[in-house]
Ligand binder design. Structure first.
Ligand SMILES: C[S@@+](CC[C@H](N)C(=O)[O-])C[C@H]1O[C@@H](n2cnc3c(N)ncnc32)[C@H](O)[C@@H]1O
Length: 202
């Protein structure tokens, strides 16, 4: 990015949409990304690890949430892997939301991916699965507030999977979540990333 932050609501960087490949053992997609959004040139390594290592989506994962969808790789892959599920993809960056909408349409899943700003999501919806490469760089307090806001909308048996870079504090985040009474497990750790699995707090 030339200016601003990937989480700016309205990126100032001039738009220049371009194709990006999402290449996984079970899914190969060409989606569109743009300047002014997270990992605009390629599928982020942490996101790829999340998509490779997260326990498979099952028939019980009917309502799936992607927190901080960026250009939509997690939401789009989830839609293809769980063809009967509905996916909510939320982001504060309006360019990211527009890209995710376009990408959802390009894979024929626009009717199953609701792309929204965080405050546009129906407060009564509960999620069976949350998948996220969360915006660590918004700062600790904002990140904590964001995670609690969405994790408290897991169903009682729901699970969340987050990928966090180790040097950006994955283990201290896990410890903090544990102190907030979320059941948390440290799953895979590879190439500088950690995947955390969380359940609903009692
Ligand atoms: C690390 S990026 C991940 C993007 C995308 N999921 C991916 O894997 O490429 C985190 C995203 O969270 C978004 N974000 C920042 N603050 C947010 C908030 N309060 N609520 C929702 N999304 C937010 C950013 O705009 C960014 O797109």
């Amino acid at each position: 990015m030339n200016a601003g932050q990937y989480f700016d609501e309205e990126p100032e960087t001039a738009s220049k949409p371009h194709p990006v490949e999402v290449s996984l053992p079970d899914v190969a997609l060409t989606l569109t990304a743009d300047r002014g959004v997270f990992s605009a040139d390629h599928l982020d390594a942490g996101t790829k690890l999340l998509l490779l290592e997260t326990p498979p989506l099952t028939a019980t994962d009917q309502r799936i949430l992607d927190v901080g969808c960026g250009w939509g790789p997690i939401a789009c892959v989830a839609a293809l892997r769980a063809p009967n599920a509905h996916i909510w993809a939320v982001d504060t960056n309006q360019r990211a939301r527009a890209l995710t909408r376009a990408n959802a349409e390009s894979i024929g899943a626009a009717d199953r991916i609701t792309v929204a700003a965080p405050d546009e999501v129906d407060p009564d919806v509960r999620f069976d699965r949350i998948l996220s490469n969360p915006p660590i760089r918004i700062g600790k307090t904002a990140l904590h507030d964001l995670l609690v806001f969405w994790l408290d909308r897991l169903t009682p048996t729901g699970r969340a999977h987050l990928v966090v870079q180790k040097h950006l504090g994955s283990d201290s985040l896990a410890a903090w979540l544990d102190r907030q009474h979320y059941p948390v497990e440290r799953l895979t750790s590879r190439a500088g990333f950690r995947i955390l699995e969380l359940g609903a707090r009692p």
